[in-house]
Ligand binder design. Structure first.
Ligand code: SAM
Length: 464
């Protein structure tokens, strides 16, 4: 809905937002509003599912590359991305192209300890996980309880094996884990101006007062996040808003109060523009932060600032946990059941029994996380019920067909896809036991064969 044919600004956008962006952007304002109102669709490919070029060639849509993110592509045409079976199989994550720069700028390395303090629904966390290649420790935290389940679904769908899913306040994390992380991401709750084309609630909520309120909350979160970073470690702050009070303003206030942190230069990614400290009379040095704009590339815009904690990390930092904590009887059941399903011996380093019925591979020693609100202390590999171990969906989503004894390989147009994804069955004289169901070789989950029928074990909460 536009004001008129030649006015690019939708009529329901907040007048104060339009007025100040018009004043600040001057000649660029029209191009900005036109691009912000447009919908485009980003997909981030999952390198765990195969080489990027191969995955790209298998997509059913024509796509363009995203200049700053090798895993990213985008479509100009609307498409049913979220309903596609490759989405179900974790081949890609639907994500705004400018949001894909977060993991590129944070640059997490395999083996590091990384915290995403505001992680739901999981776009940036699953990107960070892909870059960590299953090594090191990733903590995906989300304070809002009802948002944690979708975070877990996305982490499992993308086949992540080194993440803990936590539902805590930044304050409790900072009190428990001071200086523990090589890298911390604060993808802050914000006024979401960059989401105006797809989020009508963000439009309704926007006011000059909510911008100020967000800036206050962001400063509080950054205060806690700072305590969690190791000496020598990185802290990346990001928002999907253009409001300088929530962007350069938060970083200027942070730097003024934290002489132990310094602003780091961002790599010169294509599409990344300097900060705009002059909009709020912030120090000129704040030009070294970065802004992605909707009118200078794909995506709806993002703000990023990379900070480094001064000093050297201390020597007594914990290692990833390789221990094991479960009764010998359960371990033997686990080894036997998963040994019959997998081609190699099932993973044991980090194996933990939680709540007497759930087996996880946890990357962090239990004494470090016990007492916190944890949804998943790691990769959920199996469940224990009535003295029987069965493999979990999250295990299936991190496997390739060549890693299991038995698989059913479906194609994209296979008639068995519908019964599989709705929890049904089909007739088949497949050998007894658990089988990995795949589409075009990508994992979908487990089924169980009794010799006559193959029954779907696709989780009830995911069924279509
Ligand atoms: N990083 C996510 C992604 O890429 O999918 C998006 C995060 S979203 C921009 C911000 C998140 O911060 C929301 O999930 C929200 O629930 C959470 N949040 C809200 N208030 C918060 C607070 N006081 N402290 C920490 N997180 C908060």
């Amino acid at each position: 809905m536009k004001n008129s044919l030649d006015n690019p600004i939708p009529a329901h956008w907040p007048p104060d937002f339009v007025a100040r962006m018009t004043q600040w952007l001057g000649d660029e304002a029209d191009a900005f509003f036109t691009a912000l109102a447009r919908r485009d669709y980003g997909l981030r490919l999952n390198p765990q599912r195969g080489p990027l070029a191969t995955l790209k060639a298998q997509l059913p849509w024509a796509v363009e590359p995203i200049p700053w993110c090798p895993e990213g592509v985008w479509l100009q045409e609307a498409a049913e991305i979220g309903a596609d079976v490759y989405h179900t199989a974790g081949v890609f994550y639907s994500q705004d192209p400018s949001a894909m720069a977060a993991a590129v700028l944070l640059d997490p390395q395999p083996g590091e300890w990384v915290l995403d303090i505001a992680a739901a629904p999981g776009g940036k966390t699953t990107h960070i996980a892909a870059r960590m290649q299953g090594r090191g420790v990733l903590v995906a935290n989300e304070v809002v309880r009802r948002r944690v389940a979708v975070l877990a679904m996305n982490i499992e769908r993308m086949g992540v094996t080194n993440a803990m899913i936590v539902n805590e306040t930044p304050e409790r994390l900072a009190a428990r884990w001071p200086g523990l992380f090589d890298a911390v991401l604060v993808d802050a709750p914000c006024s979401g101006e960059g989401t105006f084309s797809r989020d009508s609630q963000a439009i309704r909520d926007w006011s000059l007062a909510t911008v100020q309120g967000n800036a206050h909350r962001q400063r509080t979160i950054m205060e806690q996040a700072a305590a969690l970073v190791r000496h020598g470690g990185r802290l990346l702050y990001g928002t999907c808003t253009f409001a300088p009070e929530e962007d350069e303003g938060v970083i200027a206030a942070f730097l003024a109060q934290h002489p132990d942190f310094e602003l780091a230069d961002l790599p010169p990614l294509p599409g990344l523009s300097p900060g705009r400290p002059e909009w709020i009379d912030a120090p000129d040095d704040l030009r070294r932060v970065g802004r992605f704009w909707p009118h200078t590339g794909p995506g709806h815009g993002h703000f990023y600032a990379l900070l480094r904690r001064k000093g050297e990390p201390s020597d007594d930092l914990p290692e990833r946990w390789e221990g094991q904590r479960l009764p010998g009887r359960v371990l033997r059941l686990y080894q036997k059941t998963l040994g019959d399903i997998l081609r190699e011996a099932p993973p044991e380093a980090g194996l933990t029994l939680a709540k007497d019925d759930t087996l996880y591979i946890t990357p962090m020693a239990p004494h470090l996380w016990e007492g916190l609100h944890i949804l998943r202390p790691g990769w959920w590999v199996a469940s224990l019920r009535h003295d029987k171990v069965s493999p979990d969906h999250a295990l299936a989503m991190a496997l390739r067909p060549e890693e299991v004894q038995s698989s059913v390989r479906l194609t994209r147009d296979d008639a068995r896809l519908a019964p599989y994804l709705s929890g049904g069955f089909w007739l088949d004289d497949h050998q007894d036991g658990f089988v990995l169901v795949t589409v075009a070789g990508f994992p979908l989950g487990w089924a169980k064969s009794d010799g006559d029928k193959v029954r779907s074990r696709y989780p009830v909460h995911l069924r279509r």
